[in-house]
Design a protein around this ligand. Structure first.
Ligand code: ATP
Ligand code: MG
Ligand code: MG
Length: 565
């Protein structure tokens, strides 16, 4: 891999290493984590966080934990745990290494979270509040006005402790009581106005079942998870910057209570990935799936990892993309074409070439001997002769692209039209003589004559100078395929931007299904195998629908960036 470009996080880590911040305590210098909540599918934004956290661990010989932040039982499920693990692995990362299997679940720490809550109450750093939800909201104040202390704030620690134990025992309904940190109801930082740390939820948890009916709040659980796992650098997106004082508060109080030793984790924020033409909000992605706009979470138009994988993106191209966009502390938009560029750069040197005729039209070489075939060939890869040749026969009847013929050529059109000569790529030069039409005037076949001494690679071919060069496959040996031409899901560059109705911005041409004819060798293509279809772009055999004898190909991206031009 290319040497990593420095960024503000690497600078922080370099300094921590120079100062021996963690080494002095006998700890590894870098332990990061990727902490998804198992409540949905990962998307390209998560890929940035995965590449960042696992990438830092790799580059600094530390480790990265995969931790499921499963503290919110209603929305979580094993299905999401499974797909997230699968997606992280597919991206090329592993939580299992020389130092063990670093797969963690926040739900495994429920006892510890609870013990810390009891400690905080005993130490008068927390209390049970019994206000109604409405009173609590009203007394919280807002950005323009300070909050007001709850009438329950000064209740005896022993009373709060008793209530917490009874909350845990299931004596109350959801919402009757809540545990809050005792900080400052007048703080300009809303997150410090006695934030909730535990609440009642009579909900079944996908791992702990019905063992608990109280669950910790994210802002309380998250710092504790980090501290329990000895995370050194806890990296999150910028919107959590205002949560950092509470993150530190929780860990400091718990450390005072003897739950953790110094040095403790620190939180650092970076700018989330915003990609043009893409929505990454889970709610919006779910709506696309549930309303049938796409075929599922793994629809190749979806920005989910399972979607971009099925679309044909490679893990290498996603990693290169995340490296290229870098890590900063200021929000911005990344152009979708950057992602496509990374795919092209990855596939161009690797992908075998192939011929695919999309939207086929028949070409008949009238002077070609009936029943005869002549073998033609071209390299599997133009820059890698050692990868050998593809072989395909030419014969009297061929399939060409409908676009490669015009009965009345427009200005600058060099391909087939009556009287014009073109080269059939890797084959012969032909001269167009006309076309056949059906009763409605639709062109159903094009006619031409060929020059027998013009075959590519032979001496005679040099005598023919033509401007047009078109691709073709023989009717007799062509392999029929379904080709799915995918494009951006939205027509607007910022469908996710405030106020916009993203459902009104769907690209009606985001999927076009066409019949295609492929060169015969393509019958051996395996699901997930990628090719460059000459003149068309990069394609992958669909990992779900493509089967031997009935291939289905997805267009990953065109050869050149043609969007918005
Ligand atoms: P939710 O709305 O459910 O909280 P989420 O996108 O935050 O959704 P998480 O499962 O909490 O999902 O995310 C796991 C990690 O991925 C978090 O550390 C989060 O910061 C990071 N992440 C999520 N979206 C992006 C993004 N667009 N760019 C970079 N990192 C992201
Ligand atoms: Mg989440
Ligand atoms: Mg989140």
């Amino acid at each position: 891999a290319a040497p990593a470009v420095s960024n503000f996080l690497r600078a922080i880590i370099d300094k921590d290493i120079a100062d021996a911040t963690y080494a002095r305590a006998g700890m590894p210098s870098v332990i990061t984590r990727f902490p998804p909540e198992p409540n949905g599918y990962l998307h390209i934004g998560h890929a940035k966080s995965i590449c960042l956290n696992f990438g830092l661990a790799r580059d600094y010989a530390g480790r990265c934990h995969l931790r499921f932040d499963d503290t919110n039982p209603e929305k979580e499920d094993q299905e999401y745990v499974d797909t997230i693990m699968d997606s992280v692995k597919w991206l090329g990362f592993d939580w299992e290494g020389a130092t063990g299997n670093h797969l963690y679940f926040a739900s495994d720490y429920f006892d510890k979270f609870y013990a810390i809550a009891e400690y905080l109450i005993t130490a008068e750093h927390a209390y049970v509040d019994s206000q109604s939800a409405e009173d609590m909201a009203a007394n919280r104040g807002d950005f323009s006005k300070p909050g007001v202390n709850s009438p329950f704030r000064e209740r005896a620690a022993s009373e709060s402790l008793d209530l917490l134990r009874r909350m845990k025992a299931g004596e109350f309904q959801g919402g009757e009581h809540i545990v809050r940190a005792k900080i400052d109801m007048t703080s300009p930082n809303m997150n410090l106005r006695d934030p909730a740390i535990y609440r009642i939820r009579h909900a079944h948890h996908h791992r702990t079942g019905d063992a608990w009916c109280i669950y910790p709040m994210y802002d309380f659980a998250h710092p504790l998870e980090d501290a329990i796992e000895n995370i050194t650098h806890s990296i999150c997106t910028l919107e959590f910057q205002d949560h950092r004082p509470f993150y530190d508060w929780v860990i400091e109080r718990a450390a005072e209570g003897g739950f953790f030793q110094q040095p403790v984790p620190h939180q650092y924020e970076f700018a989330r990935l915003n990609l043009t033409y893409v929505v990454t909000s889970k709610r919006k992605l779910r709506q696309l799936v549930e309303e049938g706009i796409v075929s599922g979470w793994d629809d190749p138009r979806m920005p989910t990892i399972v979607g971009i994988r099925r679309r044909g993106y490679t893990p290498e191209s996603i990693q290169a993309f995340c490296e290229r966009i870098g890590v900063t502390r200021s929000d911005g938009w990344i152009d979708y074409s950057t992602l496509e560029g990374c795919l092209r750069e990855d596939l161009d040197p690797k992908a075998p070439r192939a011929t695919a005729v999309l939207r086929p039209l028949k070409l008949i070489i009238d002077n070609f001997p009936e029943g005869e075939t002549v073998e033609c060939s071209s390299p599997v890869h133009p820059h890698h002769p050692e990868r050998g040749l593809r072989l395909f026969p030419i014969s009297k009847e061929l399939w060409i692209e409908a676009d490669d013929f015009m009965e009345e050529p427009s200005k600058g059109y060099f391909r087939l039209y009556p009287g014009n000569k073109v080269r059939l790529r890797y084959g012969y030069v032909v001269e167009c003589t006309g076309c056949d039409k059906d009763e409605n005037g639709n062109i159903i076949a094009v006619h031409c004559n060929y020059f027998a001494d013009s075959k590519s690679g032979t001496e005679g071919s040099a005598n023919y100078k033509v401007k047009g060069n078109i691709h073709w496959v023989s009717v007799a040996t062509a392999l029929e395929a379904e080709v799915r031409l995918y494009d951006r899901l939205f027509t607007d560059a910022n469908p996710d931007a405030g106020g916009k109705d993203f459902m009104a911005l769907l690209n009606p041409n985001a999927l076009e299904v066409v019949k295609a004819y492929l060169e015969p060798g393509m019958s051996a293509a395996l699901p997930d195998e990628r090719f460059q279809f000459e003149r068309h772009g990069y394609f992958v055999a669909d990992r779900v629908d493509s089967v031997a004898g009935k291939p289905v190909f997805n267009r990953v991206t065109t050869l050149k960036d043609s969007w918005g031009k």
